[in-house]
Design a protein around this ligand. Structure first.
Ligand SMILES: *Cc1c(COP(=O)(O)O)cnc(C)c1O
Length: 411
């Protein structure tokens, strides 16, 4: 049985079907920088970047080197001694996150970072309810799913964590109205990723922060996709000078080499740990191997000034996409985003699907927003060069032409 057939039989037949429909019934072989190769030797330009994980591209040499060095010393912590890379990473995160955020909880995935954020918000506030936004994506474990209001994922597994109110994204008034004496926290992505790269009006995040402070409610900024320079700042909340009470990071944090997440919190969490040091814990979270990768990833992000580079390359990409928008208004509804977190909204989800599969056949990887199939996301590595963007846009133009021809054939 080949690997694709094994995946289909033993992992997920439904997803295998979707991949086949998109022409991606292939097996990956190796990767470097912005490129991935399949086992048939075909090369792909990776403009999905594992949903914003591959900010440094595949196998960035500095991250690989740091991981190799740590692998040869001590990949796992015994936990009853302190791990140097893990402690240094927490110190670094305190330095680079906004405001007084200074205590990190480490997990292995984004959804674990959100679980920790929700638990600590309840513990810190002594209250139980959460406010989340329509179109939000915070992960799929039970707590994170409870604040991810998508019925396809929620309904089959109810009952969820109670006390979650859902308000429209971008409407700060709605948040003010939803607050009750039992509200522990508001959880928010500064730019919605899976919801379809939805950028709120300038001022929204500031207003939400003011409302949260006025009512004594905690603000959780979910920067799992937006963080580490993706939007053109180290953290997307910096666009409005907002200082959340809890910030979650994952995806790009491991430098595209290791899985790791962080929930970075206000110093008051320290008082909670003094009472109960093991109130929340995990065996693998922040292990030395992953922490070494994250430290190297942050160093490279700062040294290469990748947030600024994301702004510059984002402007270049958006300029080219605006040209395509004007040329194909019947297909493209809107081009939006910030930095290298870019969404193309199609007039119809089926057209988006055709374009994604046409792009794949031309060797360009992209994907839909999990919560919004009309939007195709472009989240290339922040180390992308103009020539890669030119190649992607050229493939996109050919894909739009091919889609047009297909639809004319059908009609
Ligand atoms: C991807 C994502 C998550 C979940 O992270 P996983 O590592 O897939 O569990 C949570 N929040 C946001 C904003 C994300 O983009």
């Amino acid at each position: 049985m080949d690997a694709f057939a094994a995946f289909e039989k033993h992992i997920n037949p439904g997803l295998a079907g979707l991949l086949r429909f998109t022409g991606l019934d292939k097996v990956e072989s190796h990767a470097e920088g912005v490129y991935v190769w399949d086992t048939e030797g075909k090369r792909y330009l990776d403009f999905l970047g594992l949903y914003g994980t591959l900010s440094l591209g595949h196998r960035h040499p500095r991250v690989v080197e740091a991981v190799k060095r740590q692998l040869d010393r001590m990949p796992m912590s015994v936990r009853v001694l302190v791990s140097e890379p893990t402690a240094r990473l927490a110190e670094k995160l305190a330095e680079i996150t906004p405001g007084s955020l200074s205590i990190s909880f480490f997990g292995n995935s984004g959804t674990e970072a959100v679980e920790a954020a929700l638990k600590f918000a309840r513990i810190l506030s002594g209250k139980t309810e959460f406010i989340t936004t329509q179109g939000a994506y915070h992960g799929k474990t039970m707590g994170a799913l409870s604040v991810t209001p998508k019925s396809h994922y929620q309904d089959p597994v109810r009952p969820l964590v109670p006390g979650v109110k859902v308000v429209p994204f971008g409407d700060s008034e709605a948040i003010a109205k939803a607050i009750t004496p039992e509200t522990a926290a508001i959880i928010l992505e500064p730019i919605q990723g899976e919801g379809g790269i939805r950028v709120p009006m300038q001022g929204y995040l500031c207003e939400v922060q003011a409302i949260a402070r006025k009512h004594g409610v905690l603000l959780i900024a979910d920067e799992i996709q937006t963080g580490l320079g993706r939007t053109g700042k180290m953290w997307a909340v910096e666009w409005e000078g907002v200082e959340p009470d809890i910030l979650t990071s994952a995806k790009a944090l491991g430098g595209g080499v290791m899985p790791i997440s962080a929930t970075v919190m206000r110093p008051e969490i320290g008082e909670i740990y003094k009472k109960e040091p093991l109130i929340h814990s995990t065996t693998f979270g922040g292990n030395p191997l992953a922490a070494a990768a994250a430290l190297a990833a942050i160093e490279v992000t700062q040294e290469l000034n990748l947030p600024e580079r994301a702004q510059e390359m984002g402007r270049y990409l958006m300029g080219k996409l605006s040209g395509l928008h004007s040329a194909y208004p019947e297909f493209i509804e809107e081009v939006r985003g910030r930095g290298l977190m870019v969404g193309l909204e199609f007039t119809d989800a089926d057209i988006g699907a055709l374009v994604v599969s046409e792009l794949a056949s031309r060797g360009v990887l992209t994907a839909f927003g999990l919560n919004n199939p009309k939007v195709v996301r472009l989240e290339p590595p922040l180390i992308v060069e103009q020539e890669h963007i030119d190649a992607c846009v050229e493939a996109l133009e050919q894909s739009l032409e091919a889609t047009k021809a297909t639809l004319e054939g059908v009609l």
